[in-house]
Write a protein that binds this ligand. Structure first.
Ligand code: TRP
Length: 331
């Protein structure tokens, strides 16, 4: 059993792209690993120092991930700011993190370009906070996308540096969790490659979308005038519709429309109607679970309190050792 840590940015609702691209695998991971999943609310302040509704954002993400299948009986689910031990480790790691390496970090440079009026110290030390999140539980594995690989590499640097500087073998070197072939890229509805919330209104289907909203978004999806020759290659927008159908519809349905396309008989209106129905059927249980969770604040409180308690237990053990390794002593 390996220890896995992953942080979740509190940035709104889950869509099908998030689900198939990562979250469905988090759900699987829980069965074979000791997982710590937390909502990275401290991190969010590096770009949004005065959020309009910090608690609301965190709550929304919690509800979405619980609905998706993160299970508080299998994993430790917590809010980053409920575990103050992480800030102590962050402080200690910052003493051995250098301006040079922090300022060369790609995500720092990118964010500094985007927010030139707020290049704050938290932004620059984002990688040390993330390293603290991970090694706080002495994690072996971190499920990361491409955009987080450099952060994970820096985590290894900080962990190894700690071991070397204090001449111990305390922190394991965390590795990327390998999903193998499991990750599925979900196309968007706007004819472009990827489902994402920043790609514009209507491109993504969210867990909370109503039947009517789903129908509207799908009917508006980009298509074209249809093929003119049998077995013509599918243009990107059409491939996307089939790609979506592949994950939510049964294979007979998919084969039927594929055949219709190949024989130049396809009516995209019909295909979209079917696709909307199948997406709705897929999303419905998540949507219902979210409604149930949203009306049960007692349950949410119980989840985060018990998560914080377990996370703090693991964190406190690490901090105790770290303090002793560095040389803090009681009188
Ligand atoms: N930086 C990650 C992201 O942007 C979020 C994150 C914070 C994280 N701390 C982490 C991910 C620790 C994995 C492990 O998505």
């Amino acid at each position: 059993m390996e220890t896995v840590v992953s942080g979740i940015r509190p940035t709104g609702e889950l869509h099908l792209g998030n689900y198939f691209g990562a979250v469905a695998n988090f759900v699987q991971m829980q069965n074979e690993n000791q997982c710590y999943f937390f909502i990275a609310d401290y991190h969010s302040l590096t770009t949004h120092p005065t959020p309009a509704d910090l608690h609301g954002n965190v709550r929304k993400v919690l509800v979405n991930y619980l609905a998706a299948g993160l299970d508080p009986d299998k994993s430790v689910l917590y809010i980053q700011s409920d575990v103050p031990e992480v800030t102590e480790l962050y402080l200690l790691l910052n003493m051995n993190a250098y301006m040079g390496e922090l300022s060369r970090c790609t995500s720092f440079k990118e964010k500094a370009r985007k927010q030139p009026d707020n290049i704050n110290a938290g932004l620059m030390t984002y990688p040390t906070l993330m390293a603290a999140d991970i090694i706080l539980h002495r994690a072996q594995k971190v499920p990361v996308g491409k955009d987080q690989e450099q952060h994970l590499e820096m985590t290894r640097t900080f962990a190894n540096r700690f071991n070397r500087m204090y001449n111990v073998n305390f922190f394991p070197e965390p590795q990327a969790y390998n999903f193998g072939q499991a990750l599925v890229k979900i196309p968007g509805l706007d004819g472009s490659g990827k489902m994402g919330k920043s790609e514009g209104e209507g491109n993504a289907i969210f867990f909370g979308d109503s039947t009517e909203m789903i129908r509207k978004k799908v009917m508006k999806a980009v298509s074209d005038g249809g093929p003119t020759e049998p077995f013509q290659a599918k243009p990107e927008a059409i491939q996307n519709l089939f790609g979506l159908m592949k994950v939510v519809s049964d294979s007979e349905t998919l084969n039927f429309f594929d055949e219709e396309y190949n024989q130049c008989r396809i009516r995209y209106g019909d295909m979209k109607k079917q696709l909307a129905l199948d997406i709705d059927r897929f999303v419905a249980p998540f949507r219902e679970k979210m409604i149930e969770l949203n009306s049960n604040n007692d349950y949410l409180r119980k989840v985060v309190n018990s998560g914080a308690e377990k996370a703090r237990e693991s964190a406190a053990a690490t901090i105790r050792e770290v303090r002793s390794i560095i040389g803090f002593r009681a009188f």
